[in-house]
Write a protein that binds this ligand. Structure first.
Ligand code: ZN
Length: 403
């Protein structure tokens, strides 16, 4: 399996210069060829692919006014055209919007393949620079990287991301299983009654961010003070993002370490983000990233994440007797089941339903058929969960099951 290992590094003044030049060339090539490809289509109805783009780059490098493109390694320039091709493929397949121009203000990156870097005796060298990169190796690399991506974020920090082959180590089989419900009041609640709380990083720094943005808005355009103020805003944004990611990594690591199976309701995060009153809070909670981490960590550890369809009535259903209420307004936090009289905490009741549905899917679910709503309904009845409508959406089983 392949995995990226990301480290921070501190470039020498010469490397800063070389990297600035490289990032600039990458951006120029990406943008000018994107312009050229767009024009080719709109003005002449010509279809262009990677081959034409690559030929165009060769032609550009021969023109005297663009001779400076030859001062940097040719590899990242070629790689950026490959990335552009992927962006176009995603656009034509309906997965993404039309590729956009790269901005100088955002994150800059240059991808180096084997011919453009050297990894020797635990040191990383990039082409056209004699000194090794001063990388803070926070963990060892498992193998020589196949690709290295050097980036500089908006806050001016440099990172190197090394793509390496690695052998995932399965965790010992655990008897524990958990159902979790992700939300805003708590990032997640488990069926054992654990409530994680929600750190709300953006809210915490909102006042400071507003102050810095206000100061930035008053600085004259193009001035040095404006650049300094912009950097302060970028650094605070980076801090918020780091805090959020750190909390998510700790939470997902704990869930995967402790449980063999994690059942979770899959959310349509993109649709929910369109809700204008909640979008900020939802984006801040990082549900999408939470799910992504759960899935890949489970895969590496040989554990399972079962995603339950969001149409499953997890909140409205009594986890004791299966009675399903008609309505369950969002403000109801506690309720009594009219059928069996059970006293429910809204979130914990939901997690119990999610766990039951997840285990039912797991017991009957493989191999997974993506779209059999009726069949799933019948199967769940067989296992004794009444009055449910579950559409299995996706299920992630470890490849090496049982031993
Ligand atoms: Zn009940």
């Amino acid at each position: 399996m392949k995995r990226a290992y990301k480290y921070r590094f501190y470039p020498t003044p010469e490397q800063v210069e070389l990297l600035a030049q490289t990032f600039g060339c990458v951006r120029f090539v990406y943008n000018s060829i994107l312009r050229w490809r767009t024009d080719a289509w709109y003005e002449r109805q010509e279809k262009t692919g990677y081959i034409q783009a690559s030929a165009r780059l060769t032609a550009l490098k021969k023109e005297p006014e663009f001779a400076w493109l030859n001062d940097v390694s040719c590899v990242p320039l070629q790689q950026t055209l490959r990335h552009q091709q992927t962006a176009f493929s995603n656009f034509f397949a309906g997965r993404a919007r039309y590729p956009t121009f790269k901005s100088k203000r955002h994150k800059q990156a240059a991808e180096l393949t084997a011919s453009a870097f050297k990894y020797r005796d635990g040191r990383l060298y990039m082409a056209k620079s004699k000194a090794p990169l001063d990388v803070r190796w926070s963990r060892p690399l498992p193998s020589t990287p196949s690709t290295v991506t050097i980036s500089k974020d908006a806050a001016g920090r440099y990172f190197v991301s090394c793509l390496c082959e690695f052998e995932p180590v399965s965790l010992p089989i655990s008897p524990k299983m958990v159902g979790i419900d992700v939300g805003l009041k708590d990032l997640f609640v488990t069926d054992t009654g654990f409530k994680s709380g929600n750190p709300r990083h953006t809210t915490k720094y909102a006042a400071r961010l507003a102050l810095l943005q206000r100061r930035l808005s008053k600085k004259a355009r193009g001035s040095k003070n404006r650049a300094k103020a912009r950097m302060k805003v970028a650094r605070l944004h980076a801090k918020i993002a780091d805090c959020r990611l750190d909390a998510l990594h700790k939470a997902t690591r704990k869930l995967i370490n402790e449980n063999q199976v994690v059942c979770v309701e899959s959310l349509k995060v993109k649709n929910m983000i369109r809700n204008p009153t909640l979008s900020k809070a939802i984006a801040d909670a990082g549900w999408g990233e939470f799910m992504r981490q759960l899935k890949y960590k489970a895969e590496w550890a040989g554990r399972s994440v079962v995603a339950i369809d969001p149409f499953f009535p997890s909140s409205k259903r009594c986890s004791c007797c299966g009675f399903t209420l008609q309505k369950m307004p969002l403000n109801v936090r506690k309720w009594y089941c009219p059928e069996c009289g059970a006293d429910h905490d809204r979130d914990i009741n939901a997690t119990r339903n999610i766990k039951a549905a997840g285990l039912a899917v797991l017991a009957h679910g493989e191999p997974v058929n993506p779209d059999p709503p009726k069949a799933a309904q019948v199967r769940l009845r067989e296992v004794g969960i009444p009055a449910l409508q579950v559409r299995e959406q996706s299920i992630f089983l470890p490849k090496h099951h049982g031993n």
